[in-house]
Design a protein around this ligand. Structure first.
Ligand SMILES: *Cc1c(COP(=O)(O)O)cnc(C)c1O
Length: 445
């Protein structure tokens, strides 16, 4: 008999009846009973709004370098940001599919189209590399905070950075973001990839001179290998997706940016007209950082929800049991196999789980079949291709409306679409066709 932390599976199910649908891979919504327990973004939290503002200031210092190094950011003057787009067509399709009317305005936040890396990882991953680069240059008196950072694109800085190695363990997109920016700066980069990582992501990194180490097992193992390799070398720096505060802060800056976009688009946010934000969750850093930032900026006027694959609900089981990173989906016999490579994580970040416990309204799970279907729906309705991880948030609003009779037209839903623009065309087409088959099948029903 399987024993997890001293309890049999049946004992877990009687303590937490929601293990029923979880262990059957059934999509469902879990409302977080610990939401609001310690107040929002309170004094007790390890990070504060000032830390997020400090991160935003650092990104502003680097903007001239980014603009010089990446043509596509010239127009935004080196700010790496994505559009917020009204999405009425997909809203109508979701209402039809779920049979649930969704009161309120409906937007997608297109991190799928974030410059440089084409995924939400461009926020945290790029920020942490830039912070490390700045620290090295300041320590060696090669830079002052008042300088024009565009000079970092010069050859002498590349030579300097080439003595240092950046390491990371990744299911794909984090390696892609960190690999691309690190290679641009001139760092040596080693990315430890898990078995789920897509071939095209590995190929793209190798093309840019990044060393890719492939592991036959899952993401936690890839992270462990990266961490171990860095320990033995003082000139190497390991970016720790499970524990890094810098990654988290890079993601959190999204909240300051979103506040500006909401204002530009005249979208009201108040406790009476709240924002509901739906974020796909893997290890937790990306969605946790964004949600933490939003709570710091908007307080109770924002409600955040995470989406996870039915096959990898690591944050859900960690938060529900309050065991966080002490348990994994594999402990309960779940296989952690999903097409959503960005979310294929069996054990959540303990740091993020604990920070989010009082701040998160709920978590819902999404099947792979639903993901492919949503890829086709999104492409047909809005003309936007998203990768499997990135569509999961779309299932959220109908659950939230079903569980909350107070949602009215004054509310705003934001689906965080976390990746997809860099997927090669032939893979986009294959994903779309697969989704179309599911779509047709259910239209007939
Ligand atoms: C990584 C990733 C996520 C989730 O971020 P975590 O920090 O792993 O929770 C969501 N969507 C995409 C496309 C990703 O690559």
């Amino acid at each position: 008999m399987t024993i997890v932390k001293g309890k049999s599976i049946n004992e877990w199910i009687s303590a937490f009846p929601d293990f029923g649908p979880i262990l059957n891979y059934t999509p469902f919504y879990w409302g977080n009973p610990y939401a609001g327990e310690k107040g929002t973004a309170s004094q007790e939290q390890p990070l504060q709004l000032e830390d997020i503002q400090d991160a935003e200031e650092r990104l502003k210092r680097f903007a001239p370098f980014i603009a010089a190094a990446y043509k596509e950011t010239e127009k935004s003057e080196g700010m790496i940001e994505s559009p917020l787009k009204k999405a009425d067509q997909i809203k109508a399709r979701i209402e039809e599919i779920t049979g649930q009317t969704i009161p309120g305005a409906f937007y997608v936040k297109l991190d799928s189209h974030l410059p440089i890396s084409g995924s939400i990882k461009g926020r945290g991953g790029i920020y942490e590399v830039l912070k490390y680069a700045e620290k090295l240059l300041l320590e060696h008196h090669l830079l002052s905070e008042k300088d024009d950072y565009s000079k970092i694109a010069e050859e002498k800085y590349r030579d300097f950075f080439s003595q240092y190695t950046i390491l990371v363990g990744s299911t794909g997109n984090l390696g892609l973001s960190i690999g691309v920016i690190s290679a641009k700066l001139g760092f040596r980069v080693v990315v430890h990839m898990s078995a789920d990582a897509k071939q095209w992501k590995k190929d793209l990194l190798r093309e840019r001179g990044v060393q890719v180490v492939e592991h036959p097992s899952d993401y936690s193992k890839a992270v462990k290998e990266g961490r171990k390799e860095a320990e033995n070398d003082p000139k190497s720096y390991f970016i720790d997706d499970e524990n890094s505060k810098d990654l988290f802060l890079g993601y959190a800056v999204a909240a300051i940016r979103l506040k500006k976009q909401l204002k530009e688009q005249k979208i009201q946010v108040s406790p009476d007209n709240p924002l509901h934000v739906y974020l796909p969750c893997g290890v937790g850093g990306g969605p946790g950082g964004v949600a933490f930032g939003l709570k710091a900026v908007f307080g109770d006027a924002v409600k955040c929800y995470f989406a996870e694959p039915t096959h990898s609900p690591c944050m859900l089981i960690g938060m529900m049991t309050r065991m966080h990173n002490e348990i994994s989906v594999n402990d309960f016999g779940l296989d952690n196999q999903t097409a959503a490579d960005g979310l294929a994580v069996g054990r959540a970040s303990g740091f993020v789980g604990k920070v989010m416990e009082p701040l998160l309204e709920g978590i819902f799970t999404v099947s792979d079949e639903q993901m492919f279907r949503l890829i086709a729906e999104m492409a047909d309705a809005e003309g936007i291709h998203l990768e499997p991880s990135a569509v999961t948030g779309l299932m959220g609003p109908s659950y939230v409306v079903q569980n909350n009779p107070n949602i009215t037209e004054g509310h705003t839903h934001i689906i965080w679409a976390t990746g997809g623009s860099m997927v090669p065309d032939e893979i986009k087409e294959a994903e779309y066709q697969k989704g179309l088959a599911f779509k047709r099948k259910s239209d007939v029903k």
